[in-house]
Design a protein around this ligand. Structure first.
Ligand SMILES: [Zn+2]
Length: 156
């Protein structure tokens, strides 16, 4: 199984810390994860609330489509593409909500969605408890286990 996403350990640590900070341990937060063309390595996170400042206010993520404009500009300017998205859930429950399932952030086949438990409260260097979902198109998803290797935390 070839990894569809490679994330550096330190990057992951910083990402979870930042998601927790932005959610203030009481609301969900999230980010788009970007990589270069032809690469599975995540090199940049773009946080939802930097694109749409009001998107966290309801406690769950409600992302305004206008936020895609600055996102596409970043992709174009830095020659990156969106590989995955990540968001937090309040508890250890990291299945997709009905809304998560019905509204992929990027409705493109192969897009990956990660769900981090407990508002990313516990800083971690592992994928334990993280929900991993691949969008198959036509409203269909495939769930992967954290041990499947589909997401790989790398040292370099
Ligand atoms: Zn969710």
């Amino acid at each position: 199984m070839a990894a569809k996403i490679e994330i550096n350990h330190i990057f992951w640590f910083n990402l979870t810390r930042e998601l927790h900070r932005r959610g203030r341990n009481k609301r969900e937060s999230g980010a788009f994860l970007l990589g270069r063309e032809e690469s599975t390595r995540i090199v940049r996170a773009v946080y939802y609330d930097d694109l749409d400042p009001n998107c966290l206010e309801r406690g769950y993520i409600h992302f305004n489509g206008a936020g895609f404009v600055p996102l596409w500009k970043i992709c174009q300017d830095e020659k990156l593409r969106v590989i995955a998205d990540v968001h937090t859930h309040p508890t250890t429950w990291t299945d997709q909500s009905e809304s998560d399932e019905a509204n992929p952030m990027i409705a493109q086949k192969g897009h990956m969605a990660l769900i981090i438990p407990n508002y990313a409260h516990r800083l971690r260097f592992s994928l334990r408890g993280v929900g991993i979902f691949e969008y198959l198109g036509d409203g269909q998803w495939r769930q992967w286990t954290s041990r499947s290797g589909i997401v790989s935390l790398t040292c370099l």
